[in-house]
Design a protein around this ligand. Structure first.
Ligand code: ATP
Ligand code: MG
Length: 420
């Protein structure tokens, strides 16, 4: 992508009402546009990050036999009434509206009930199970607080997966497979070390649910961890009973601030019973399906990555989700020959499938470098008169600031024939 063609521009200041670091940086760098509190548009650079996060999640969900689909944003009232969750006193984040033709609709804040209802069309016998489905969906939630930038949106992208099994044994196997898949996702996003499978409050059928909590000062949660024993407990379930059960003492735990990046739930047979989703077992008896649900906050994760890795100069993306791996910066300053040379490098990289952003704009070097730091691509390659004369390119790693001077061949070795 040539930066001269990118319609977004960097800016010195974020909107005065934007208090969170992730949104301030993302707005200044032109990744997102703030439409209103808790509602953000994803611009071309931002969309590439979202898509890369989604692709990592997609690959890991497919690997455990998840099948991707997409449910609807508009939802029927009757479905939610079956489980008692249409009521605003029970679910306080509903957005609702009325159809001109008459009747109320809800805007999907979750898809647990609609998906269970829909599955009645596809599940009738034990032979139909298990089924695992997932989607990437824009969830709409009327959140009271929206001060964490894209980490708590009123409109945000979630990956939600649902499992339908004949009984507890199969459910548990899949539940554990999902925990492993989630760990791989967070590993690939570069936050594996700081993300904990955390005991949290369970709900009606299980004592605990599991949250995936990532350490960050920008998080809204508080958990208690012990790295050696690999135990993490949400403050909401930090009771003497929990400690005894997990075989740990309060003194062995350290308090940390975290953001919940994922959440997994066991519904038992309750949800299916409420909506009437049953299968016939081998004796012909009708039994409610055993269900689970598994969320990942895609756009929240993007915010978490900004919060965790940004430095005083701007954003620092992990290579796995950076919109572009390489930021090529030419300092031709009117020298058309040097410009042509830089164009050639850009085309070679692009033709070899390297995701490359090319700052071909006619602006000062200082401005280009500042923008490059703010945008946060993992590697910057500088083409200048001086380095060209030496037959070298300056390569700067954004994360470490480490500078190296590479020949064109070494450059190809590093980026194009990476595993050669
Ligand atoms: P929280 O406790 O943060 O309010 P939740 O428990 O309501 O979240 P779920 O309904 O389980 O969350 O949603 C699954 C995931 O979606 C969460 O783990 C989180 O990463 C993400 N998420 C939830 N609410 C929001 C939001 N308002 N904005 C962005 N991401 C969100
Ligand atoms: Mg939660």
């Amino acid at each position: 992508m040539k930066q001269s063609r990118l319609f977004t521009k960097t800016r010195k200041e974020a909107p005065a009402d934007e208090v969170s670091k992730n949104a301030q940086l993302l707005i200044r760098a032109g990744y997102v546009h703030k439409e209103m509190a808790g509602v953000y548009a994803y611009l071309p650079l931002g969309l590439r990050v979202v898509e890369k996060i989604k692709q990592i999640v997609r690959e890991e969900m497919n690997a455990i036999y998840g099948q991707e689909l997409i449910m609807t944003a508009l939802q029927r009232k009757e479905i939610w009434e079956k489980t008692g969750r249409w009521d605003d006193d029970t679910v306080d984040v509903w957005f609702k509206s009325e159809l001109k033709a008459g009747g109320e609709v809800g805007f999907g804040w979750s898809h647990e009930e609609p998906i269970a209802e829909m599955m009645k069309n596809y599940i009738s016998s034990y032979k139909d199970l298990p089924i695992y489905v997932y989607q990437f969906q824009t969830k709409l939630r009327n959140e009271v607080r929206a001060k964490s930038g894209i980490m708590r949106g009123r409109e945000f992208i979630m990956k939600d997966m649902y499992s339908f099994c004949i009984g507890e044994a199969d459910h548990t196997t899949f539940y554990n497979a999902t925990i492993d898949a989630y760990k791989r996702v967070f590993e690939r996003l570069g936050i594996g070390e700081d993300t904990f499978v955390t005991f949290a409050s369970g709900g009606a059928f299980t004592q605990f649910s599991h949250e995936f909590q990532t350490i960050t000062e920008a998080g809204e949660d508080v958990i208690y961890i012990n790295r050696e024993k690999n135990i993490a407990i949400n403050e909401e379930v930090l009771t003497p009973e929990t400690l005894t059960e997990l075989g740990i003492t309060r003194e062995e735990l350290t308090e940390v601030k975290t953001a919940e990046v994922g959440n997994i739930f066991n519904f038992g047979r309750q949800k299916a019973e409420d909506v009437g989703l049953t299968f016939k077992d081998d004796s012909g008896e009708n039994i409610p399906v055993w269900m689970g649900s598994y969320g990942i906050g895609v756009t929240r994760l993007m915010g978490v990555l900004v919060e965790k890795f940004a430095d005083e100069k701007g954003i620092v993306w992990p290579a796995s989700v950076a919109p572009y791996l390489v930021h090529l910066v030419e300092l031709s300053n009117g020298d058309t020959d040097l410009k042509d040379y830089a164009d050639g490098i850009y085309n070679t990289f692009k033709d070899n499938g390297i995701h490359i952003l090319y700052d071909d704009r006619d602006v000062r070097a200082g401005e280009k470098f500042n923008d490059s730091d703010l945008l946060g691509m993992p590697y910057r390659i500088v083409v200048s008169k001086k380095t060209r004369e030496e037959g070298k390119f300056e390569v700067v790693e954004r994360k470490t600031g480490e500078v190296s001077y590479l020949t064109e061949e070494e450059l190809h070795q590093k980026f194009i024939n990476m595993d050669a």
